[in-house]
Each structure stands twice: as C-alpha cells, then as structure tokens.
Ligand binder design. Structure first.
Ligand SMILES: *Cc1c(COP(=O)(O)O)cnc(C)c1O
Length: 400
C-alpha cells in the first residue's frame, strides 16, 4: 500500500488515439470552420451523434455550456429583466449566463444533501418567474418529478444545466432530456473533454432554430442543420448573431470520446460508491445517498464534515493536504466560485440563504476521475479518514 503514490486528481485521460487521423486531416486541409464543408463537418456529425445518444431530436454544439445556457434563455425569448430560478448551489457561470441574457437570477435554497429544498422552490416559483434553470450541481439530481410537476402546472419552461451530469439517469430518463432544453459542457473537468465546448439538446424545432441562428449561423448557414427549413425561415434576419460556434478541431477531439462514455460512467460510479461506503464508516464524514430515482455518473465526490467546528475543519483540511489529498470546503476556501455570496455581480445583491450557507461551510469537494485505481482510492480514503481523526480524536485527547 505504501508504494502507491497519492494520485493527481486533476489530470485528464488521454484523448483516444482515433482522434489523431481526423485532426491531421483538418490540419492539412485547414478546414476548421463548421460551415465551410458542404455537409458532414465534424461539428455536424458530433451534433447528430450526441442527439442520437441522448434520444433527443436536435442538438447544437457551441463554445461552452455557459454559451448553451445563455442561448437557451435567448431562444425562450424571455423579456428583458425576466426572473430566472436557479439553485443557490451551482457554479458562478450559471447566474452569469442569466445576467448575460439580461435576466435576473433568483436563488433557491439547497440542503445538506446538495439538492434543491422543494419548499423554498415552490415558495419562490411565483407568477413573475419566466424560466427555471436546474443545475444538477456536481451531478447531484434534485427531485425532477416534483420540480417538473410544479413548473408544468405554471407553464414555466425548465432548462437543465447538465454540465456535470452527462450519463446520469433519473427514473429511467437521461438527465438533460427532462426539461425543455438540456445543456452540457466539454470543458476539461467534465466527462467529455475538448478543453472548452458545450452542447444543447431539445425536441422543440423553434427553440433549436432560434438557438442555431443566434449561435452564429449567419445568412443561410442554417441549411447545414437538417430538417428545420420552415422554422429557420420564420426566424431569418430577426435575431442577433452572438457567434458562439464550436470549431471542427474541438468536435474531432470529442467524437471518439462518445464511445468511452459508458465505461467512464460505470467506472466513475464504482469509484465514487467505493469511496463513499468507506468514508461513511467514519463518524466525522457523511456522504449523502442518491435519491431513489437517481442513477448517478459522478467524477467527483462531495461529503459533509460532521460535528466539526471551523477550527476542526481547518485541522482536517491541513491534515488531508499533508497526506497528499487536497480537499476544499466550498464555503471556506477564499473566493470560491460556487459560494453564492461571491456572486457580487448580481444586481441588487444576493439575499442570505442559511440552509445553503450551512451546507457550503461543511461540504467537501474532491475530484475522483474514473481512471483512478482501487489502490489509489484506498490512499485517498485513508488520508481522509486519518485527517478526520487528526481533527477530532487527537484534538479531544489533548484538549486543544
Ligand atoms: C462546468 C459547469 C458549468 C459551466 O460550463 P462551461 O462549459 O465551462 O461554460 C455550468 N454549470 C455547471 C454545473 C458546471 O459544472
């Protein structure tokens, strides 16, 4: 065991060898713009393959998941200043996309299990809410049955921010296909890695047509998106062009990874569940269980520190780092982009959200890529359990 080095949890997996031939072809032809080829450009093929894998009718690949969220809001044609509900536990890019779309984020409390507090969601889903973005933050799915029932009853569209949830299944349905639009990320810390990139999926012809045009399909480039002639003609020249397209090299990097997805999901879930089961044996560490309808696809693990004071949390973090495992507590690391009080760009300020704050002050975040081996996972588990004991048991024994 002592020979196993503490794993680097930030390194990505290599890009499959199969990407090389296509990248070479693109480099020698210089054909990098998605709309140059008459048909079957790598970006078009990626959209076709991704839509098929998700079982959705349409897909649009763009420059990031943030761009996908922004275009989703624009495609919904919300009035300027429309209020958009989001969970308070998410990444700063999500309220930022709302601000970018000239809308106003409204934050909903999240509980100790990282999921939306339904009572607060229901209370804040008032008549002036124009849309809902559900961030499945770190792959944790909130109760989508309850959320969709409440949203549908009021006719409010739901956008799923599935940036970190590709491969998750809810009651047999793929996450990202439950709301009107689903958005995914290809940034390097997500399950499919092209450095940067994103994609949105929907079954709604007018929404996709609007998003395609606004993503930068100027003039008649929309003709390279199949089967939407009538919808495109309705929107020709009526929408701004934000130029958030994906380029062919990125698509060439992602396409061969689609075949790796099932394995990454399976290994990531097995790794997560192995570590979760062991951490839960410590009385100081708690990994909340998934909801009954949820089959997760995690590439990281979150757990709560139980019964620790702020000082004890600091001892835990220092001891874990000394053992080679760098964990962060969302709310205790400086300037964390997932702590709502740091979103000072939101006009009018952010109201206090005590449940979410309490969770963020004790919730730990650790990447757990699918490529890790069991001995590497054991090193991580031992470091974390040892650090919790250092914070709590020695602490108490010496009365400090
Ligand atoms: C990464 C992430 C985003 C942003 O994705 P980008 O492609 O980097 O814009 C948004 N929401 C969540 C939940 C994320 O994890």
């Amino acid at each position: 065991m002592s020979q196993v080095q503490t794993p680097n949890t930030y390194d990505a997996e290599p890009i499959p060898e199969a990407a090389r031939a296509e990248i070479d072809r693109l480099l020698s032809s210089g054909d990098l713009f998605r709309y140059t080829a008459t048909a079957d450009a790598p970006v078009t093929l990626l959209e076709r393959e991704f839509a098929e894998a998700m079982g959705s009718r349409y897909a649009l690949a763009v420059s990031s998941c943030s761009a996908a969220l922004f275009l989703s809001l624009k495609a919904l044609d919300l009035p300027r200043g429309a209020r958009v509900l989001i969970p308070a536990f998410t990444f700063a890019a999500v309220p930022s996309a709302i601000v970018h779309a000239d809308c106003q984020p409204v934050l909903v409390e999240c509980g100790a299990n990282y999921r939306i507090v339904l009572e607060d969601f229901e209370a804040k889903l008032t008549d002036d809410i124009g849309a809902i973005i559900i961030s499945h933050m770190r792959g944790h799915t909130s109760d989508m049955d309850a959320i969709m029932a409440l949203a549908d009853a009021r006719g409010v569209p739901v956008i799923e921010d599935a940036a970190h949830s590709l491969g998750t299944v809810w009651s047999g349905r793929k996450i990202g296909t439950i709301g009107r639009i689903g958005c995914f990320s290809f940034q390097s810390y997500k399950l499919l890695n092209s450095g940067e990139g994103g994609i949105l999926i929907t079954d709604d012809a007018d929404l996709i047509a609007r998003a395609v045009i606004m993503s930068g399909a100027y003039e008649h480039n929309w003709k390279k998106h199949d089967g939407l002639q009538a919808a495109f003609e309705r929107w020709q020249n009526r929408l701004p062009l934000y130029n958030m397209r994906l380029q062919n090299l990125s698509a060439a990097v992602i396409r061969p990874q689609l075949g790796e997805l099932a394995r990454r999901v399976r290994d990531g879930r097995a790794n997560h569940d192995y570590v979760a089961e062991r951490l839960n044996r410590s009385s100081w560490l708690d990994v909340p269980p998934p909801l009954a309808q949820e089959l997760r696809a995690p590439d990281s693990i979150q757990f709560n520190l139980v019964g620790m004071s702020d000082d004890e949390v600091r001892v835990f973090l220092a001891a874990a780092e000394a053992a080679g495992v760098k964990v962060s507590v969302f709310g205790m690391s400086t300037d964390n982009a997932r702590a709502f009080w740091n979103w000072q760009f939101i006009e009018g300020g952010v109201q206090e959200l005590p449940a979410t704050r309490a969770m963020l002050m004790r919730a730990c975040d650790l990447r757990l890529p699918a490529r890790l081996t069991q001995p590497e996972l054991d090193v991580i588990v031992e470091a974390l359990i040892g650090a919790a004991s250092a914070a709590m048991e020695e602490d108490r024994a010496y009365g400090t």
